[in-house]
Design a protein around this ligand. Structure first.
Ligand SMILES: [Zn+2]
Length: 394
């Protein structure tokens, strides 16, 4: 068993925010200290950062990392500092960031416990950000099942069970804890376990940093579910996100004058309706382009069709363009003031006419010989301008 002094301080005193430490090794702008106060990262939890105070000057500790048993603290390399061995320095943790990681990490223990307990789905990966986490589970769950886990988790957070850190030697772990441990088993000589609840309803091997009580998480909120990846938020970040989403919902409710399931049904029906309208537009557009020759007129020896269809989307016209008859030029004034030009007449390329219009109108446009477009908002009679441009050719 490790002596008490060998157990990292970040395990023993996770709520300590500053400490006086002695420099024990120096490598350029990196130092080792006699206190393991900053967490060096691991298990999805990012390393700590903060400040080092030396001779009344504050320096940023931008990273902490571990090599073997050595923990290195990296100071901003832009700053020149002359460290001395055995010098005393004051370390101050970026507490807000650390505490946000502690909450998110603790919430993940609880959520992973419930995924396993309720749906026999193990957690394969977890990453943490400020009051945020991303969990990957092995067995995908339905939206309802994920919501059920959220509700159970929030009940336990409200109940406020304690989170206990247990540090034991290999022998004690194998005898008393191994059979009760969820997830990965430890091979270490010293085993650190995290227990949820007085009765130990969940027990895992973990070297990360956690809060002392589930109630500190305040609440777990669902951000997204995509196959096996679930994104969750906790505490303030979660509350703010939830209210922002509710604002969007209220706007949607006001727009449709429907709520809840009725709102969903209305939007679904509108989307279906929209899709059939688009399909009808495509059929109509293909028909018009197929019949373009018979509907056309002759301008400057070219076969031309001019159409005003302000309800039709540019995408629908472009999608139907392959139906155009041979040796025809079509100009369509479409939705959102976009003038679309289609041409199968080699002597009258669509992009050439757009170039003439761009010059005349000083507007944005472009395209190919077969299809080109130009924005014509507030332009008087754009189809007439096309006709004039064709006449000005040759
Ligand atoms: Zn943990």
């Amino acid at each position: 068993m490790k002596k008490d002094s060998q157990i990292p301080l970040y395990w023993k005193a996770p709520y300590q925010k500053e400490i006086l430490a002695k420099i024990t090794a120096i490598k350029d702008n990196e130092i080792q200290l006699d206190q393991s106060f900053f967490y060096p990262g691991g298990g999805g939890q990012l390393p700590d950062n903060g400040t080092l105070i030396l001779n009344d000057n504050e320096h940023q500790i931008i990273d902490t990392y571990k090599v073997g048993d050595e923990i290195w603290h990296k100071i901003d390399p832009e700053v020149k500092i002359n460290f001395d061995l055995f010098q005393d320095v004051l370390l101050r943790l970026n507490w807000e960031r650390r505490y946000a990681f502690m909450k998110a990490h603790s919430a993940q223990h609880l959520i992973s416990h419930l995924f396993k307990k309720l749906y026999d789905s193990d957690t394969s990966k977890a990453n943490f950000e400020i009051d945020k986490m991303e969990i990957e589970i092995l067995k995908p769950l339905s939206f309802e099942e994920v919501l059920n886990v959220m509700n159970e988790a929030n009940d336990l957070i409200l109940r406020g069970d304690e989170i206990k850190s247990i540090i034991v030697d290999k022998e004690t772990y194998q005898k008393n804890y191994l059979s009760k441990t969820r997830g990965k088993k430890s091979q270490e000589d010293v085993v650190r376990l995290i227990q949820l609840g007085e009765d130990g309803f969940d027990l895992v091997c973990c070297g990360g940093i956690h809060v002392d009580n589930l109630s500190e998480i305040k609440g777990i909120f669902l951000e997204s579910v995509k196959e096996n990846t679930i994104k969750l938020l906790v505490d303030r970040v979660g509350l703010e996100f939830t209210n922002k989403q509710r604002k969007l919902m209220i706007e949607l409710e006001n727009l449709t004058t429907k709520k809840g399931d009725k709102l969903l049904e209305t939007i679904r029906n509108k989307l279906i309706e929209n899709q059939s309208l688009e399909e009808a537009s495509v059929i109509l557009m293909k028909f018009l382009l197929k019949e373009s020759k018979s509907l056309s007129k002759k301008i400057n020896n070219h076969t031309i069709l001019l159409l005003s269809l302000p309800e039709v989307d540019r995408q629908i016209i472009q999608y139907s363009a392959k139906e155009l008859c041979k040796d025809v030029f079509v100009a369509i004034l479409a939705k959102n003031d976009i003038l679309c030009l289609l041409s199968s007449d080699k002597s009258l390329p669509a992009d050439e006419i757009v170039k003439i219009l761009m010059k005349k109108l000083d507007r944005k446009g472009g395209g190919s010989k077969a299809f080109a477009q130009i924005f014509v908002k507030e332009v008087d009679e754009p189809l007439k301008l096309v006709e004039d441009s064709i006449l000005s050719c040759n």
